[in-house]
Design a protein around this ligand. Structure first.
Ligand SMILES: [Fe+2]
Ligand SMILES: [Fe+2]
Length: 282
């Protein structure tokens, strides 16, 4: 089972929807995924699907996702507007007013939960969502769970983008639920626009880089009293992730889209080396 993750698509950054960089960056990721010899079985899109939550952006996004020919499971991010998302994608993914749902993917169960509050940039998680997640994870039993959400529930070191404190109430609420369920094998999220890994609530959380522009990697604290001219957003290649379920656990890979020079190709003369040195079976 191979699950691709795309995140922070931010479609519709300009008036000319469909012409902006984020549209082309997402197309580049789709092209990279399409070129894989092993195709993903599913794609999970962990939020910030659009820049402003406009209906026109969701319509364009739906057309793009339909063309991917792989079933895609969406999450809500802080740039999304649930009401407009529902107008285009339908209500099927909503429960208690939040974009939270679960799907049987065969060997693993996908659970999508909603950490967004349309009034704030950071994450949110309330008792209503906690109850749904707790009951859902209980009902799933021993089956391995991939839990998808938008905001990473921890301090990343890029303090202007993520949680400020590890004891923020929404983080503690999510921690208390996840910690009760040993079936959560991996959490996947986005929002920071960088690839990051950290433990959380007794499991692992993988934060994927964005298909849209990336946040500059700089862990020195940022001050609101002094603008130091540092880069904030940079034109690094569009990113994505591949989560391989090996029957026991998830192995998560960070990938980027783009045309890169090939240094070495697998040709006939390397077959013996593959067999004798790398022990690749015939
Ligand atoms: Fe984002
Ligand atoms: Fe976000």
């Amino acid at each position: 089972m191979l699950i691709a993750q795309i995140t922070d698509l931010h479609i519709g950054t300009g008036d000319d929807i469909g012409a902006e960089d984020n549209y082309h960056r997402l197309l580049a990721v789709f092209a990279r995924l399409k070129a894989l010899k092993r195709q993903p079985d599913y794609i999970v899109a962990t939020g910030d699907l659009t820049e402003t939550g406009s209906v026109s952006a969701y319509k364009l996004l739906k057309k793009m996702l339909d063309r991917a020919e792989i079933e895609i499971f969406p999450c809500m991010g802080n740039h999304d507007l649930s009401a407009n998302f529902k107008k285009v994608f339908g209500r099927m993914a909503f429960h208690d007013g939040f974009c939270q749902y679960t799907r049987d993917l065969g060997p693993v169960q996908l659970v999508v939960t909603d950490t967004h509050d349309e009034t704030i940039h950071g994450g949110d998680f309330c008792e209503v969502r906690a109850r749904w997640l707790d009951e859902t994870l209980s009902d799933i039993g021993d089956k391995p769970v991939l839990l998808a959400l938008h905001h990473p529930p921890f301090v990343t070191g890029i303090d202007w983008m993520g949680a400020r404190e590890s004891d923020e109430p929404w983080v503690q609420m999510l921690d208390s639920v996840v910690r009760r369920h040993r079936n959560v094998k991996r959490i996947i999220s986005g929002h920071i626009h960088r690839p990051i890994v950290r433990q959380f609530a007794g499991t692992d959380c993988f934060v994927s880089s964005a298909t849209a522009a990336e946040v500059h990697l700089e862990l020195a604290p940022l001050s609101s009293s002094e603008a130091d001219g540092r880069p904030l957003i940079v034109d690094e290649p569009a990113g994505f992730a591949l989560h391989l379920w090996d029957g026991q656990q998830f192995v998560s890979h960070h990938g980027v889209a783009g045309d890169f020079d090939v240094i070495l190709e697998y040709h006939e003369r390397f077959r013996d080396v593959m067999r004798d040195v790398f022990h690749v079976p015939e």
